[in-house]
Write a protein that binds this ligand. Sequence first.
Ligand code: ZN
Length: 242
Amino acid sequence: MRVAVISDIHANYHALEAVLAEVTAEHPDEIWCLGDVVGYGPDPNRCCRLVAGHATLCLAGNHDLAVLGVLPVSDFNGDAAAAVRWTQGELADDAREFLTPLAPSATRDDTALFHGSPVDPVWDYVLSEAGARASMELVGAPLVLVGHSHVALQISYDEGSLAGGLAHRGDVVDLSSARWLLNPGSVGQPRGGDPRAAWLTIDFDAGRAVFRRTEYPIELTQRDIRAAGLPDALASRLGLGQ
Ligand code: ZN
């Protein structure tokens, strides 16, 4: 089975459209989404429709849950909270129906999937060695997929020893060599200095994962963010990949 993994789309339609064009050209068997389809960006409804039409599995992220009213807006900082409130006013009925049943974790065959991490599927950020270790000790799955931090990661865990770190375009992971924790990075608001949309392919038969990056017209999303009256920082950060 070949799977494309996307995460943290954050209502960035132009990024999602560009990624899905590359994904569908490769005809994966499935597309998995690790959550945060909405929040921050200007196009929540079209993003929900695209994900609903393409993904075979989709998790709920903290922003999705806040927009639905499951989490309080007060859990979010200034710009994120403003975007949650804006999205609540924009969300169409079909987008709400798509997001409502989603959960922040799932298991598919030998893969455990979390928006945050096994420690806290909604809120925990895996950004440190200690965080990765805690996650790998909590679940026994050979492969653990997480999103939420918007930073692509490849961390191996073999009999208590960790290795790896940040993942870059073209990095290849041999899944047979150890247990792995992978974060595909973010489609719609990449952080870590590379502004290109991030995603991941997994070939389970070949035991291989590859980190991918896709260029998209960032200026169109920035224009839409400003036209929507969302905080300007949410536009400028896209150009920096931060
Ligand atoms: Zn996110």
